[in-house]
Design a binder for this molecule. Structure first.
Ligand code: CA
Ligand code: CA
Length: 129
């Protein structure tokens, strides 16, 4: 259904899929639409990064603590420099895990990313004053 959108033919989509087989499934569904704005690209990237780590072990749609740790180390190394010990990581996970299932789902992850992004925005906004 998505493939018919914006005149993208199923054959060109399948050719694209052959060359991009390593990308997460959702990214593949978005790619045929192309001409994405900067914000749409940023949103698709956040989804792809979450999936890259959440699919490694157990529930594919949630980050267990070790997956969250790997994501933070690889994708937010400056922030992770402040998470020096297991107790700090445990507290971070407890803070993110609002439904108490000991895993971080996408909604909980987005709350975290929103908070970090707002902090970054505040930092740069007040840096101009
Ligand atoms: Ca998982
Ligand atoms: Ca949770």
């Amino acid at each position: 259904m998505l493939l018919r959108y914006k005149g993208c033919s199923p054959s060109s989509a399948s050719a694209l899929r052959t060359h991009t087989h390593s990308l997460p499934a959702l990214t593949l569904r978005i790619l045929p639409l192309m001409t994405m704005t900067d914000l749409e690209t940023a949103m698709a990237t956040i989804i792809a990064v979450f999936q890259k780590y959440s699919e490694r072990e157990g529930d594919k749609h949630k980050l267990k603590k070790s997956e969250l740790k790997d994501l933070l180390q690889d994708e937010l190394p400056d922030l992770m420099a402040h998470v020096k010990d297991q107790a700090t990581l445990d507290r971070l996970m407890e803070g993110l895990d609002t439904d108490g299932d000991a895993e971080c789902d996408f909604q909980e992850f987005m709350t975290f990313i929103s908070m970090v992004t707002v902090c970054c925005h505040d930092f740069f906004e007040h840096g101009d004053e």
